[in-house]
Ligand binder design. Structure first.
Ligand code: PLP
Length: 408
């Protein structure tokens, strides 16, 4: 039985006051999650007990650091069921994973006349790198549209995916609508025309079981800071053959096998893509986050989030003038982006903050999505493993206070 109150005791920050005498209600995990003590302690233990560079030293501290760093990679690999840890490349965040693929794979495989297929609901991280690539190569970007309910319109997919499509990159879960897209179906359709696939799993890996062997994408990206881990670290998973063929993204230490003044040869996977001293403490922190989530069980995590999202959507539907964008709860992850007639999202967020409630307001790095809806911004509450029904009730009370302040 999932015990949300016990989970809450794992997060030191949840007993911090947002303002003097006002408890924190943290409803912004989709932007960045809070960290359990196990993650903070693991990073602390590294800095206090065995801080040293990895892969280089012969001394004990360096060996301990290397074992912890590579051990974390093995557990992260297992967490997404990667066939081999060498297919788990450490990057700074999901954004860097997209840039790595656009630079390394894209610049060797994409040329004028080729098409790159995206969707209209992408985060800028899965849009701007492809815009840069298209500009440089003369390739064309095409988009799967979304319908009014925030689900993808797949009626024209067989046209959008064609022999010119070299890459189909899409989000598994929208960070605004919350839509859980049919990732497996989309990957299979892309494969039929020989297109390479990339999945933005930044809002999926933290919230539900993700098995890369079952899903079988060519590339998949996610960020540590949205899944109880630290900032500054993320993962690019890739198919082994593709990663082997790709040239390095950045050059420098660690990514080489042999260097002469005339030229260099490259290290094996995954280090070929990890130039320079890596984010050691952060990788160890992400390893601890993965242990923490595994011990909760990702099925239980998903179940709790579905329960709380259903509860929240029901409760929010009682707030007059409030409209949640996105699909029905059955197709939705733990985010509720909304508008409240007569109140600007930034004012909503500011007034909620006075009650200790942290939500996000803005375009959530999805400007084209908002533009299509005729909106410049929405407010977004997002839920995670520690969210309670009482917190959702406080959100509803806070929103009713916003209505009073604005005399709506
Ligand atoms: N993709 C989605 C769906 C996201 O929600 C985010 C972060 O908000 C990103 C990509 C980018 O993540 P990061 O800023 O950690 O690179």
């Amino acid at each position: 039985m999932y015990d949300v109150n016990k989970v809450r005791t794992d997060f030191p920050i949840l007993s911090v006051e947002a303002h003097p005498g006002v408890p924190l209600v943290y409803l912004d995990s989709a932007a960045s999650s809070q960290k359990p003590a196990a993650v903070i302690d693991a990073m602390n233990a590294y800095y206090r007990g065995y801080n040293a560079n990895v892969h280089r030293g012969i001394h004990r501290l360096s060996e301990d650091a290397t074992n912890a760093y590579e051990g974390a990679r093995q557990r992260i690999s297992k967490f997404i069921n990667s066939p081999d840890p060498c297919q788990v490349i450490f990057v700074r965040n999901a954004t860097e994973a997209f840039n790595l693929v656009a630079y390394s794979w894209g610049r060797t495989n994409i040329s004028a006349g080729d098409e790159i297929l995206l969707t209209e609901m992408e985060h800028h991280a899965n849009l701007v790198p492809w815009q840069l690539l298209a500009e440089e190569t003369g390739a064309t970007l095409r988009f799967v549209p979304f319908l009014e309910d925030g689900t993808l319109d797949l009626s024209d997919l067989s046209n959008l995916l064609n022999e010119r499509t070299k890459l189909f990159s899409f989000t598994a879960v929208s960070n605004v609508f919350g839509t859980i897209n049919p990732a497996k179906q989309l990957i299979e359709a892309a494969r039929e025309v020989g297109a390479v696939t990339m999945v933005d799993a930044a809002q999926a890996v933290p919230h539900m079981p993700v098995d890369v062997q079952e899903l079988d994408p060519d590339f998949l990206a996610f960020s540590s800071h949205k899944m109880c881990g630290p900032t500054g670290i993320g993962v690019l998973y890739g198919g082994r053959d593709l990663l082997e063929e790709m040239p390095p993204f950045m050059g420098g230490g660690d990514m080489i096998r042999r260097v002469t003044l005339e030229g260099s040869t490259w290290n094996d996977l995954p280090w070929k893509f990890e130039a320079g001293t890596p984010s050691i403490a952060e990788v160890i922190g992400l390893g601890a986050a993965v242990d923490y989530l595994s011990q909760l069980g990702m099925d239980q995590v998903l179940e709790h989030e579905q329960f709380i999202t259903n509860y929240a959507l029901e409760a929010l539907s009682e707030v007059k003038g409030l409209k949640v964008i996105g699909p029905a709860p059955s197709q939705k992850g733990g985010v509720a982006a909304f508008t409240l007639e007569g109140a600007h999202p930034h004012d909503i967020a500011e007034l909620l903050d006075e009650s200790g409630i942290a939500v996000r307001a803005g375009h959530h790095c999805a400007m084209p999505l908002h533009h299509k809806l005729g909106l410049t911004a929405t407010a977004r509450a997002s839920f995670y493993i520690h969210t309670t029904t009482e917190e959702v009730d406080k959100l509803v009370q806070g929103l009713n206070r916003v209505r009073q302040v604005f005399r709506l």
